[in-house]
Design a protein around this ligand. Structure first.
Ligand code: TTP
Ligand code: MG
Length: 365
């Protein structure tokens, strides 16, 4: 049985500039800068990206074009205008190819996608290495493009793995190596840790991800609030249960229904929500999802709409938990409102798609 997920993050190398090299191979050995020209003066605008030769001269994304020109003075650098239509077309072809290799694929930008390949590699990180190489070869052969791949048990670590070796990189972080891999890195490598947070953490003597992973979680919650504090802590520990969701795949599953008559009668309301829960539960099970949030929705006689939500401590796939939580939420809602209810809804969200026995947040408390 597969117990760990195998997740890949694929990130195209110097994407816009690579696309330009593809349609004009003559420029391949020169510094290539792709920019957005504002048109005010000949050189006003900013660098979108550049190939690695130009990066060697200090050119960076976001840099003013005149500055890039200055850095590349005396070279045979090529400056080009962005052509989004062409990059989108390339992107679509690449994503289609990648899709064929994944159980599910979630595109996160024009040149980045997460692939859940757990089933394809039979849960093995050894097989994943060969598999990643095969994907790279296929893309080079069919589309002549190169990219970097990070492989890890979750999206968070896959992304950091991918960034750690570019271009044409392949970085594999096995479950047992996650902690050692993250530990020495500066905290700002974690998504959501910006300049302000980095500074605040520094004052708390937290410099590396390892420092953060070993920090008192209650203290983190005190300083950053519950949501962020918990996120920083779990992320630093390399835990991320968010699933690779296909485009358009729901981030929540819900059902809503109209009652036979407007009411405030708890049992009558619960009869309806139990029906709705059946449907929600069926879809959750089909998609192999666990959920952390349960929400009830009530449309009142004055047609205003209200919701109440509970976040569970650990992900669940249990129908009984939905029904129990809906009852508690409904009781509470009725005690807070005086109007009769016309329509009710049940929603679950905060999905993960892992096996229930896998290491979970609670393991760290
Ligand atoms: P990135 O993947 O961040 O960069 P990249 O693909 O050019 O280089 P790398 O090899 O490091 O992955 O961004 C993808 C594309 O998005 C990039 O080719 C151009 C565009 N882009 C901008 O237009 N402005 C920016 O500031 C950045 C960072 C990217
Ligand atoms: Mg890229």
């Amino acid at each position: 049985m597969v117990t760990e997920r195998v997740i890949m993050l694929v990130d195209l190398d110097y994407f816009f500039a690579q696309c330009e090299e593809l349609r004009n191979p003559d420029i391949k050995n020169k510094p290539v800068v792709v920019g957005v020209y504002s048109g005010r003066t000949e050189d006003s605008g900013a660098v979108s990206t550049s190939n690695y030769i130009a990066r060697g001269y200090g050119v960076k994304s976001g840099m003013p074009l005149f500055m890039a020109k200055r850095k590349l003075e005396g070279t045979d650098a090529v400056f080009l205008h962005v052509d989004h239509e062409y990059y989108d077309e390339m992107s679509n072809k690449i994503m289609e190819l990648l899709h064929g290799y994944a159980g599910s694929l979630e595109q996160v930008s024009v040149d980045e996608a997460y692939l859940d390949v757990t089933v394809q590699v039979d849960g093995s990180f050894e097989t994943a290495r060969e598999y990643a190489q095969k994907i790279k070869q296929d893309a080079k052969q069919k589309l002549r493009v190169s990219f970097s791949i990070g492989v890890a048990p979750n999206k968070l670590v896959a992304k950091i793995a991918c960034d750690s070796q570019k271009p044409d990189g392949l970085t594999i972080v096995k479950p047992e190596d996650v902690k050692a891999f993250l530990s020495p890195m500066p905290v700002n490598r974690l998504l959501g840790v910006g300049k302000k947070t980095t500074l605040k953490m520094e004052q708390m003597d937290i410099k590396t991800i390892g420092d953060l992973a070993g920090f008192n979680v209650q203290k983190l919650i005190e300083v950053f609030g519950r949501t962020l504090g918990l996120y920083f802590y779990t992320a630093a520990n390399g835990v991320d249960n968010t699933p690779v969701l296909e485009q358009g795949e729901a981030e929540s599953i819900s059902r809503i229904g109209t009652l036979k008559m407007d009411t405030r009668n708890l049992e009558f309301l619960l009869q309806k929500t139990t029906e709705l829960t059946e449907d929600v539960y069926r879809e959750v099970t089909e998609k192999r999802l666990s959920f952390k949030q349960i929400t009830i929705h009530a449309v009142l006689t004055d047609l205003t709409s209200k919701t109440r939500m509970t976040t569970l401590d650990t992900p669940s796939k249990d129908k009984g938990i939905i029904n129990k939580t809906v009852r508690a939420l409904m009781e509470k809602f009725l005690s807070e409102s005086t109007l009769e209810i016309r329509r009710v809804g049940v929603k679950v969200s905060g999905f993960s798609r892992e096996e229930p026995k896998q290491k979970q947040l609670t393991g760290f408390f």
